[in-house]
Write a protein that binds this ligand. Structure first.
Ligand SMILES: *Cc1c(COP(=O)(O)O)cnc(C)c1O
Length: 530
């Protein structure tokens, strides 16, 4: 197989809308990149080892009975390979990331500096606790902030992401019902809830029942009240919900659920829209996860792990998981684990994680909180909501805003594909915006509207950045309304042209093998998209 210097082969651009293939396949500074197995070979190596004799012990009595088959490259080639790949990744450090529901905001470098301090980064969870008092103090101080900001009674710090936090909260509900000797099996989940909510409820063994949304995109309170009864364990409500709207009836919902003997789980992943403005505890919430990686910055998605602490009401706090960092009268800290739980936290449902949770996220989140202060956090929420409303109102004349009449949105703006030219859809707009240099918005979610486009600009974008994005999206939306045929084959300027999404979903190519040249074999462009 002949490869040129970057390893590009002509078929890699197969299916491209404009076949302006160059000798290298590169376009200006956008570099083509094959897999490392295609540029390195098992016969070459970047380092000088004594030649390995298969079957003869190399270290002690350890030996290989077959070559390992890893590609060998020089250091320079390996660095270029991974650097080229990294340049094909869109990132918040490159431009606005309009994904709705994900909260992709700027991650202050101060947080990174704090997380890398050796006292936090170089310690081990099995170290004696008297040697990691500072780390336990950080967990405890962050816990106190989360309890104060939410007006709740306790917090479970160990869950490692939003969905993991949901499971934690629902397991608390389960434990509380068991302690009451009640066998309630149904969790009510409104249509406007995040998809992880029904998944969590089902995973924890509950039966999920749907509650419809009103035409203005909020929970139908009458329908919810009508369904409450002795078989209902509680509700899981996303607030702000996935239509980007605040559930104004939250207090009435909580009162009704409590009166019927149930518990209120709130999906607080989007706490960034209300932090410092609303305390969920005042709205009757019993359990709510907070995505530290959304509200309190910290890189996530491809950039790092998440963390999903769960704040708990007085009714549910006794059932929260171990371990947790407790502060004692003498000022020392201790992780309450199995041995001490018997005296200090006897009703715990158990453990969700091996250790204390995501330390790197705790340090980043606390650094973010302390650098903003309570007033700064309030402004975070105000600016997030202001920016989303600016997008909503700037685009509603060219894109259908289904709940534009339901009052201001919260942290994200929702549009649909209604009103586009015949044959044009949300997908075409998402692909078109790639050619304008943006990652697409969240598409086809939430499911309550047709062809959803959900845009969350976050509070960290300036008006100039928002104006440029609005201008780009406006131009793509107008092309979709006018039926511009070139939009149907967008993107034209990305490393890969439009992929066959059906093929990618139905016949994913999940393992690498030497590309065959026979006709009908999936080309690398298809492999790249699956
Ligand atoms: C992001 C999100 C989740 C899931 O959080 P993960 O950390 O990805 O598990 C749940 N609910 C809502 C509303 C979200 O936005």
């Amino acid at each position: 197989m002949a490869l040129n210097q970057s390893g590009w082969r002509p078929e890699m651009n197969a299916g491209g809308a404009d076949d302006t293939a160059t000798f290298t396949g590169n376009r200006a500074l956008m570099l083509e990149e094959p897999l490392i197995f295609e540029i390195g070979s098992a016969d070459t190596t970047g380092v000088d080892f004594d030649s390995v004799v298969i079957g003869r012990p190399q270290v002690g009595n350890l030996y290989r009975d077959a070559p390992i088959g890893l590609p060998g490259l020089s250091e320079g080639e390996a660095i270029r390979h991974y650097t080229r790949l990294s340049r094909q990744n869109y990132a918040i450090d490159l431009g606005l990331f309009p994904l709705g529901s994900c909260t992709m905001k700027h991650n202050p470098r101060l947080n990174e500096k704090v997380a890398r301090m050796p006292g936090f980064a170089d310690i081990h969870p099995l170290q004696p606790q008297e040697t990691v008092q500072g780390a336990l103090a950080v967990i405890n101080e962050l816990a106190v902030w989360l309890i104060k900001l939410t007006g709740m009674h306790g917090v479970a710090m160990t869950p490692k992401a939003g969905a993991h936090g949901e499971l934690c909260g629902v397991l608390c509900i389960k434990a509380a019902l068991k302690a009451r000797g009640e066998d309630r099996r149904v969790l009510l989940v409104p249509e406007s809830a995040h998809g992880t909510n029904p998944a969590t409820a089902a995973f924890a063994g509950f039966t999920v029942e749907n509650i419809p949304a009103t035409p203005e995109g909020r929970v139908d309170l009458a329908a919810l009240r009508g369904r409450l009864g002795p078989d209902v364990a509680g509700v899981m409500i996303t607030n702000p919900n996935t239509c980007g709207l605040f559930e104004r009836d939250m207090k009435a919902i909580s009162d009704a659920v409590h009166a019927a003997g149930g518990y209120v789980y709130c999906d607080g992943a989007n706490f960034n829209a209300i932090v410092g403005k609303v305390r969920p505890g005042d709205l009757g919430v019993d359990a709510m996860h907070i995505n530290l990686h959304k509200t309190f910055s910290t890189p996530h998605g491809g950039g790092g792990p998440g963390s999903g602490p769960v704040v708990l009401s007085e009714a549910l706090a006794p059932y929260g998981p171990i371990p947790y960092s407790a502060r004692y009268a003498d000022g020392s800290f201790k992780l309450v684990e199995e041995e001490s739980a018997g005296e200090e936290h006897p009703d715990t449902f158990g453990r969700m994680t091996a250790f204390h949770g995501q330390m790197g996220m705790f340090t980043r989140a606390l650094a973010y909180i302390l650098s903003h202060g309570a007033d700064g956090l309030k402004q975070v929420a105000e600016d997030a909501v202001l920016n989303a409303n600016y997008i909503l109102r700037s685009l509603e004349d060219v894109l259908d805003a289904p709940f534009g009449g339901s009052g201001p949105c919260m942290h994200e703006a929702l549009f649909t594909d209604d009103g586009l030219a015949e044959g044009f859809s949300t997908l075409d707009i998402a692909k078109g915006i790639i050619d304008e240099g943006y990652h697409p918005m969240t598409v086809y979610f939430p499911l309550v509207v047709h062809g959803a486009m959900l845009i969350e600009p976050t509070e960290t974008e300036s008006k100039a950045v928002l104006d440029q994005f609005i201008g780009a999206l406006r131009s793509v939306a107008l092309r979709a309304k006018n039926g511009d045929p070139a939009l149907k084959s967008a993107p034209h300027f990305a490393p890969r042209a439009r992929l066959d999404e059906t093929l990618a979903a139905r016949k994913p190519v999940l393992t690498w093998s030497e590309p065959a040249v026979a006709p009908g074999t999936p080309s690398l462009s298809e492999i790249g998209g699956s």
